[in-house]
Design a protein around this ligand. Structure first.
Ligand SMILES: [Zn+2]
Length: 308
């Protein structure tokens, strides 16, 4: 019995450490260096999800986690490397080229269900024509093909506090243009973008049924779309609206906000001073026009939300 236990713990040790005592776990600092040097995606095709792969030496022979020797590889290209079809030289060459290439991380969603929904904090917005618009431009939008067998096409963009584009989605293809200023991580189906000072600017979980946004600070001029925990806050410098536990199902435009200023920065703005309304546990469905907040004309809400 004791012998069996010993053997088991030996096996476990063998799995976690190699013969030089090197742990399989790569320290976070080294992972960050590897992510940046591979431009946050598989070095060959730019795809996520990816794994960290020791290159010149197999893990069993490696004595240290050398970031120069580790690359990001997607499943497909990892298999091609293991099979010996993709050479180490080719991979190293691709890594060099990726550093100088435009910073792009691509991720293609193959299977999006027709009932795909986006969850902004604790608020559900189903795949209607438009979800959230800023100056009539989509933050996220869905396009249904005439052929029901084809996937739903998701497009949109996420910006940061200063209006810089962090992540663009074009027909189910994610393209992150972080320009190496921050850190874009993909762990399983959780996407996170952190600014250089470590703030989470964007975080979402993604699968074929839903995109659950848990953190976002999208700013375009004076319009803001903020997700923080359960809360979705949308507005401009004149008024802001906080949504929680609400649902917009098949509403043509769920939430629309206009900007009131051409040039604007939230840097010195006390968000607490912007007049704010709350909307909780409200359901809207087909036929409702959603919530509209105008900026340029400085009109108050013209939505049918008063009815509730
Ligand atoms: Zn790849």
């Amino acid at each position: 019995m004791l012998e069996t236990l010993h053997r088991r713990s030996d096996q476990r040790r063998k799995m976690a450490f190699n013969r030089h005592g090197l742990g399989r776990h790569i320290p976070e600092g080294i992972k960050r260096t590897v992510r940046a040097s591979c431009n946050f995606g598989c070095v060959i095709c730019g795809s996520v999800p990816y794994d960290y792969d020791h290159l010149s030496e197999e893990f069993n022979a490696a004595e240290e986690h050398d970031p120069d020797d580790i690359v990001l590889l997607c499943d497909k290209h990892h298999r091609l490397k293991t099979a010996g079809i993709l050479s180490v030289e080719r991979i190293l060459d691709a890594k060099k080229k990726r550093v100088s290439a435009a910073s792009e991380t691509r991720f293609k969603l193959e299977l999006i269900r027709p009932d795909f929904e986006t969850i902004w904090g604790s608020n559900v917005i189903t795949a209607a024509d438009n979800s959230i618009l800023v100056d009539d431009e989509h933050v996220l939008t869905f396009r249904k093909s005439e052929n029901d067998l084809e996937p739903l096409l998701l497009s949109g963009e996420f910006r940061d506090k200063t209006g810089n584009l962090l992540c663009a989605i074009s027909d189910n293809e994610f393209v992150s243009r972080s320009d190496n200023v921050g850190d874009f991580t993909v762990i399983a189906n959780r996407f996170t973008y952190k600014t250089p000072n470590g703030d989470i600017a964007l975080a979402f979980l993604l699968n074929d049924a839903r995109m659950h946004i848990t953190s976002a600070f999208h700013v375009k001029r004076d319009a803001h779309v903020i997700v923080n925990g359960d809360m979705l806050r949308v507005g401009n410098v004149f008024s802001s609206m906080i949504f929680s536990k609400s649902a917009f199902r098949n509403v043509r435009t769920a939430i629309s906000v206009g900007t009131g200023c051409d040039e604007f920065s939230y840097d010195r703005v006390d968000m607490g001073k912007i007049p704010t309304n709350s909307m909780s546990e409200v359901n809207m469905w087909d036929g409702h026009i959603g919530v509209r907040m105008d900026g340029r004309n400085r009109r108050r809400f013209t939505s049918n939300y008063d009815r509730f």
